[in-house]
Write a protein that binds this ligand. Structure first.
Ligand SMILES: [Zn+2]
Length: 498
């Protein structure tokens, strides 16, 4: 196949869209795909170099700001310092989380400094960024000389067989085989390091599903899997129409919960949408969004003490932000320490002010519930691990929810540098100004699932939410706290209907 890419800025190809490809031969379409992939590889090579250069740039800035740092080679430095704000700068541009941005910056620095032959292959259009990053990841713990030797052999192999023809799996196996020959001790050291990376990550997949990523040592994994399969088989024999994946999920849930005694706190912040549904919308569980759960689950959980419903919470009708409520003592936004909790019968409000610098426990709980995570753009660290920061330093700014936000240690420190600025607005949104002058806004948890107002309402059709009684912008009235919310009335009806 031959390709005739149209030259474009940056050495790529022009990409006109809207062409009728049904009139083009298959060979020409495949040729075009080759050209586009080569162009994408070249763009990835340039992105790697730019990301590495940004990391070096921000490292120099940090070392210039912190003359006490034990590093006198700022001019030639480049490794992505722990306190670099490069991830914060590139994450919104790439549209990824701070964790992913940090990983990409580390990979870029590593590729440029330790595996320039791979970057050269990308720049020539022969290798894509994903496989290059996977090869580098398998070599990241190896000495630089070993990585260079292994990369040279991989490049030589690709030349010999006519290109990087292996997909990721076989390529990584080849990489590890060469590493084992070049440095036999490394795989053993790597296995020890891998075991330290065991852990669990949980993320919300939808309103009804969470997704767990579990990194577990192989020997434990085999045993747990055998136990899950055994119990899943029992469940399938008891329940018709239960698929194998569903039965595995149910079995693991049962095996864990049968050996623990935990309680989740649910909050009546959202009226039920559909009284005829077998699903009910709840706030709680430590999630940042509302959740749809079966009413049968809710009834059982309340009966068995797995769940309790706390006092109703008063929310801003426009932003859904917490305005007033009694966040029970012992409550945590996550379910790590869910019990015991006691109701304090004294609601905290967004306008409360305490004369002291030290933040009272009730205001701490209020902020933790309102913010749920660090308020820096893109940061998802739970308030369990955050500091509470006076946005305007005390005593110039009060100890009050309207001057306090949750910030993780990293972003607390970043906020105190001269490069980043933040304002906390009356509706609890924050406005961050980056070192290059752009503004990024972050919102508190929207407990009402309201839709933010559009920037130019006059140019848009009427918002149907305006006619919805639960969105009426009434002034907050603390007397509402003593009444049953629609949610509570709905729950009462559901639970007494059985
Ligand atoms: Zn943070």
């Amino acid at each position: 196949m031959t390709s005739t890419p149209v030259p474009a800025a940056g050495g790529g190809v022009a990409c006109p869209v809207g062409r009728d490809w049904s009139l083009v031969s298959l060979e020409a379409k495949l040729d075009r795909l080759v050209a586009l992939q080569e162009a994408a590889n070249r763009v990835e090579a340039e992105k790697v170099e730019v990301l590495a250069a940004i990391a070096v740039d921000r490292d120099r800035r940090i070392l210039a700001d912190c003359p006490d740092e034990d590093d006198t080679e700022a001019g030639t430095h480049g490794r992505l310092e722990d306190w670099s704000d490069a991830p914060e700068l590139v994450a919104p541009i790439l549209g990824v989380s701070l964790g992913v941005a940090t990983g990409r910056l580390h990979t870029a620095v590593g590729l440029v400094q330790r595996a320039p032959a791979l970057v050269a292959e990308m720049a020539a259009g022969r290798l894509d960024g994903y496989r290059a990053s996977m090869v580098h990841a398998d070599l990241a713990d190896a000495p630089a000389a070993v990585e260079a030797a292994v990369v040279a052999r991989l490049v030589g192999h690709a030349r010999k067989v006519g290109g990087w023809v292996e997909p990721v799996g076989p390529l990584r196996r080849r990489t590890r085989t060469i590493v084992a020959r070049c440095a036999p001790d490394l795989p053993v050291a790597g296995a020890r390091a891998d075991r330290r990376d065991r852990g669990i990550d949980v993320r919300g997949l939808s309103e009804t599903l969470d997704e767990w990523t579990w990194r577990v040592p192989v020997e434990d994994s085999r045993l747990v899997r055998a136990a899950v399969e055994e119990h899943a088989g029992v469940l399938r024999s008891e329940t018709q129409d239960l698929s194998v994946p569903q039965s595995r999920s149910d079995a693991l849930t049962a095996l864990v919960l049968d050996h623990t005694k935990v309680t989740v706190h649910l909050h009546a912040a959202v009226p039920a949408d559909d009284t005829a549904s077998d699903l009910v919308r709840l706030t709680g569980f430590g999630a940042t969004d509302t959740t749809l759960v079966p009413t049968t689950w809710l009834r059982d959980a309340l009966d068995t003490g797995r769940a309790v419903i706390d006092q109703p919470l008063l929310c801003d009708p426009n932003t859904g932000a917490l305005i007033a409520g009694d966040i029970t003592r012992g409550f945590r936004p996550s379910t790590r320490h869910p019990t015991p909790c006691t109701t304090t019968h004294g609601a905290t409000t967004a306008t409360d002010v305490d004369p002291r610098y030290r933040i009272p426990a009730a205001i701490r709980r209020f902020i933790a519930f309102r913010d749920k995570t660090c308020r820096f753009p893109g940061c998802s660290i739970s308030t369990t691990f955050c500091d509470l920061d006076h946005v305007t330093p005390w005593p110039h700014g009060p100890t009050s929810p309207h001057n306090l936000i949750a910030l993780c240690r990293r972003h607390h420190r970043l906020k105190q540098t001269p490069h980043w600025n933040v304002r906390l607005l009356p509706d609890a949104t924050t406005e961050w100004t980056t070192p290059y002058g752009t503004t990024i806004t972050t919102s508190p948890v929207n407990l009402l699932n309201t839709i933010p107002p559009a920037p130019n309402l006059a140019a848009l059709p009427p918002d149907p939410a305006v006619d919805d009684p639960r969105h009426e912008p009434d002034q907050p009235d603390l007397r509402d706290l003593r009444d049953l919310s629609p949610m509570e009335r709905h729950l009462t009806e559901l639970l007494t209907a059985a």
